[in-house]
Design a protein around this ligand. Structure first.
Ligand code: ARG
Length: 458
């Protein structure tokens, strides 16, 4: 057992208590951030004359050595230490001796861990943002290649009106773009430095908190020392944003499972991204999409856990807050894995344009346009709606589409129909005429693609 606080105790910690209390098994994950924070702290202590230049040099070299050795694998972070902070400090002292004992001057593990977690989350936000960008690049390419790939648009999972694959994917582009915006908002709000808050009430040393904040790339120091050590809002916000990312991925996954089904056959998932069945030789399953959909629950779970752990905590630091880490790490890993795999699956997926177009032609997706045709011929919309409704019913009985009716049959429902109705209600016309901003028509989708390209810096 390597602990930083033996002085006031007369008995060894019970072994089970030690294990229950220790966090090294998971907080070793942010060893880099812990060392980075210590380096900034030491530089500031020396600038303020609290440490000598020489002590600063010795400590910085010691910390660099630890970082290099952990990186190379020469130094292992073992469970004999209580936490990552103890590991670094103990190793520093064994490397450089007495100067190492001054590292923790004017600092508590409470502000130290608050800093480490913030640095870690900030780094991960940047990594997740990059993965979201890679996914958007794949979506954008598929949009550009499929502005004339017609497919049915659905409401209530019933065919509604024809759209294009580009338009459908454009909806997901917006969702993932908003995800990035949310991450950027959180990053901005959380980018304040808690170091120097001490255990809860600051310190008597003349620390320059702005200096450490600047050295670590923060906008400024946190304002209140009690809040600094007990705030985990940014973890909650991050897990909220990650839950939304997963909700988006999960909806997309659900659509891919549907599109991949034998009934739809809209897409063909690449062999590299699907799996077979041990018993049914014909099977090719969309496991990646299903797993992404399933893993959404893990991330929601992490959000529920941190909200629940925080809800009853009095100020300031309480050990409950150590529970902020494991599920957050798991949620971050899960989201990163899902984003990367999902992008790979989309990038290699084939779209069956003919099947989608055939499907779009069925299910009366042009019924609204047929009603609009009558409106252009002077019939009020509500009457037109009724006429087309009766025609749809007749077509269902005959098992045909509106387009299959003869002109005579059309005119038996309304004298307003002419030869030009066939062109007016053809599936392609239905899409091509929809050019209001954000619609699937060619002018509108080209504008959407142009804006997406500019957003991605293409
Ligand atoms: N392992 C602790 C955590 O994750 C570090 C802070 C410990 N502070 C304390 N007063 N015991 O929260």
């Amino acid at each position: 057992m390597a602990q930083l606080w033996g002085g006031r105790f007369t008995k060894e910690t019970d072994q089970l208590v030690y294990i229950f209390n220790a966090s090294i098994t998971f907080d070793r994950r942010f060893w880099k951030q812990d060392i980075q924070g210590s380096m900034a702290h030491v530089k500031m202590l020396s600038r303020q004359g609290i440490l000598t230049k020489e002590e600063e040099q010795q400590i910085l070299e010691g910390l660099s050595g630890i970082a290099a050795d952990v990186e190379s694998g020469a130094l292992e972070i073992t469970e004999e230490y209580e936490d990552i902070h103890s590991f670094v400090e103990a190793n520093l002292i064994s490397r450089i001796g007495d100067a190492g004992k001054k590292l923790h001057t004017g600092r508590s593990r409470n502000d130290q861990v608050a800093l480490d977690m913030r640095l870690y989350c900030r780094d991960e936000i940047d990594a997740i943002d990059e993965l979201e960008k890679q996914l958007l690049l794949v979506i954008e390419r598929i949009m550009e290649e499929n502005t004339e790939t017609y497919m049915p648009g659905f409401t209530h999972l019933q065919k509604a009106q024809p759209v294009t694959l580009a338009h459908h994917f454009g909806a997901y582009f917006e969702m993932f773009r908003r995800d990035r915006g949310r991450l950027a908002d959180i990053r901005k709000r959380m980018n304040v430095c808690p170091l120097g808050a001490g255990a809860l009430a600051g310190t008597t040393y003349p620390l320059d908190r702005s200096c450490t904040a600047e050295l670590l790339g923060f906008d400024e120091p946190t304002a209140n020392s009690m809040d600094s050590v007990s705030d985990r809002d940014y973890v909650i916000e991050l897990l909220g944003a990650l839950s939304t990312v997963m909700m988006h991925l999960s909806r997309f996954s659900e659509e891919i499972c549907i599109w991949n089904s034998n009934e739809y056959r809209f897409v063909e998932i690449d062999d590299a991204y699907s799996t077979g069945s041990s018993i049914m030789p014909q099977k090719k399953n969309p496991d990646i999409a299903e797993l992404v959909r399933g893993k959404t629950g893990r991330v929601y779970g992490a959000l529920m856990q941190i909200l629940t752990s925080m809800k009853g905590l009095p100020l300031a630091y309480n050990k409950d807050m150590q529970e902020d880490k494991e599920l957050t790490f798991d949620a971050i890993d899960t989201v990163k894995g899902c984003l990367a795999l999902f992008a790979g699956m989309l990038d290699t997926m084939k779209f069956r344009g003919e099947v989608m177009e055939e499907s779009a032609k069925k299910g009366f997706t042009n019924a609204t346009d047929a009603a609009d045709y009558l409106v252009l011929k002077g019939i009020p919309f509500r009457d037109a709606h009724g006429i087309i409704g009766r025609m749809v019913l007749a077509c269902i009985e005959k098992d045909c589409a509106l387009d299959d009716l003869t002109l005579e049959e059309f005119r038996s429902f309304s004298e307003a129909f002419d030869e030009d109705v066939y062109e007016a209600i053809s599936m392609r016309t239905c899409v091509e005429r929809r050019n209001t901003a954000g619609a699937p028509g060619p002018a509108a989708i080209q504008e959407e693609i142009r804006r997406n390209r500019a957003y991605l810096g293409l």
